[in-house]
Design a binder for this molecule. Structure first.
Ligand code: GDP
Ligand code: MG
Length: 176
């Protein structure tokens, strides 16, 4: 492959979950290896892209972030349309954000379809002293709903690259 922006596949992936769980920072970490620790809401981009290579293929991930409209539960069908994967994010220190994962999942299934590959992401794993959702509880939910599961920290970078790479590979293998 000659040009660096050439790719074999383009996968749309959406970030969903309650406001404040760290969606925008997960994308910022993946896209620019940066973190925004401020209390002010991250000014999100509409989407960011990154191309990864494995098995001699180049996959361009187009990762969509909400612009804060999730606070009003006003994420539109256009946001979900055509997405092949979703990172369903909760905050391990906020049990309500975990309980709401079920609602996010049904909305996703409604608009993106049953084939959209979903990974449950427990973010803020660096805040282990404030943990309110055990990994066992999250794992049980993910297995019942046939999702993969990972814990991440956008702050200290733990598993962020792994989460994105894993869902991209899952989508790729499902397509074959
Ligand atoms: P969003 O509303 O889901 O997009 O969440 P943001 O990315 O805007 O993050 C909300 C708040 O949580 C911000 O104050 C971030 O600095 C903070 N935050 C995000 N990810 C992490 C993380 O992994 N660890 C910690 N300690 N804080 C985080
Ligand atoms: Mg955000």
């Amino acid at each position: 492959m000659s040009a660096t922006d050439d790719y074999d596949y383009l996968f749309k992936i959406v970030l969903i979950g309650d406001s404040g769980v760290g969606k925008s920072n997960l994308l910022l970490r993946f896209h620019k290896n940066e973190f925004n620790g401020g209390q002010r809401e991250t000014i999100g981009v509409e989407f960011a892209t990154k191309t990864i290579e494995f098995d001699n293929v180049h996959v361009k991930a187009q990762v969509w972030d909400t612009a804060g409209q999730e606070r009003y539960r006003a994420v539109t069908s256009a946001f979900y349309r055509g997405s092949l994967g979703a990172l369903l994010v909760y905050d391990i220190t906020r049990h309500d954000s975990f309980r709401n994962a079920e609602r996010w999942l049904s909305e996703l299934r409604e608009y993106a379809g049953e084939d959209c590959i979903v990974m449950l992401v427990g973010n803020k794993s660096d805040l282990r002293h404030l943990r309110a959702v055990s990994a066992e509880e999250a794992k049980a939910f993910s297995e019942n709903s046939r999702l993969s599961f990972i814990e991440t920290s956008a702050k200290d970078s733990t598993n962020v690259e792994t989460a994105f790479t894993r869902i991209i590979k899952e989508i790729y293998h499902r397509r074959k």
